[in-house]
Design a protein around this ligand. Structure first.
Ligand code: ADP
Ligand code: MG
Length: 178
């Protein structure tokens, strides 16, 4: 079985998808994994969240994850693409929809802007190259979490080729359109 990192900008729907996937797979939140390994820092005043020492977590797991897991395991969190997974699933969302999701969540304006900008620039693709590990990308803009889970399941069932880098979503094409 394999380990799958489920990543994407805050608000794309990772937790919604993960909660459905938890009926089929072992699902772990990256913060819980970090806490368990002792790599979760104190609450950061500026961001209001606990900071994960992702480099230490990744190198610890590199050693611990020599053997494949018994069950397919999904590690959910916007830093999970840093972990030594067998596959990375990147969820994406059109920036204007992402903005409304984060707004509904009650995020402060600056935090909404930071995240929308991050997504606009490519989300996790800001940090990883397409040569990293096999990865696939799903657009959550117009699909319900259940539909995204079905698409994920289909990809896992088929011979997994991974996404061609040419098909990485580029929201720049949306700007000025619509
Ligand atoms: P993340 O874990 O990536 O930060 P969440 O799963 O918490 O994102 O979803 C953020 C917000 O967007 C929630 O209010 C959720 O109900 C909504 N949402 C999540 N996925 C979708 C989707 N596919 N379509 C519409 N709304 C969604
Ligand atoms: Mg979440």
């Amino acid at each position: 079985m394999m380990r799958i990192g489920l990543t994407g900008t805050p608000g794309v729907g990772k937790t919604a998808v993960a909660s459905i996937l938890s009926g089929r797979f072992t699902v772990i939140k990256i913060v819980d994994l970090a806490a368990e390994k002792g790599y979760l820092g104190p609450i950061d005043d500026e961001f209001g969240a606990k900071e994960i020492d992702i480099e230490s977590l990744a190198s610890t797991l590199e050693k611990e994850w020599q053997e494949p897991p018994e069950n397919t395991t999904v590690i959910e969190g916007h830093l999970s693409h840093y972990l030594p997974c067998d596959l990375v699933i990147v969820l994406r969302c059109a920036p204007h929809i992402l903005r409304s999701r984060l707004d509904q969540r009650g995020y402060p304006e600056w935090k909404i802007n930071d995240n929308v900008e991050w997504e606009l620039l490519g989300g996790p693709w800001n940090e990883i190259g397409s040569d990293h590990v096999p990865w696939i990308e799903f657009d959550t803009t117009g699909s319900r979490p259940e539909e995204i889970c079905d698409m994920i399941q289909k990809s896992l069932d088929s011979e997994l080729e991974g996404t061609e880098s040419s098909s990485v979503l580029d929201w720049a094409e949306d700007i000025g359109g619509s």
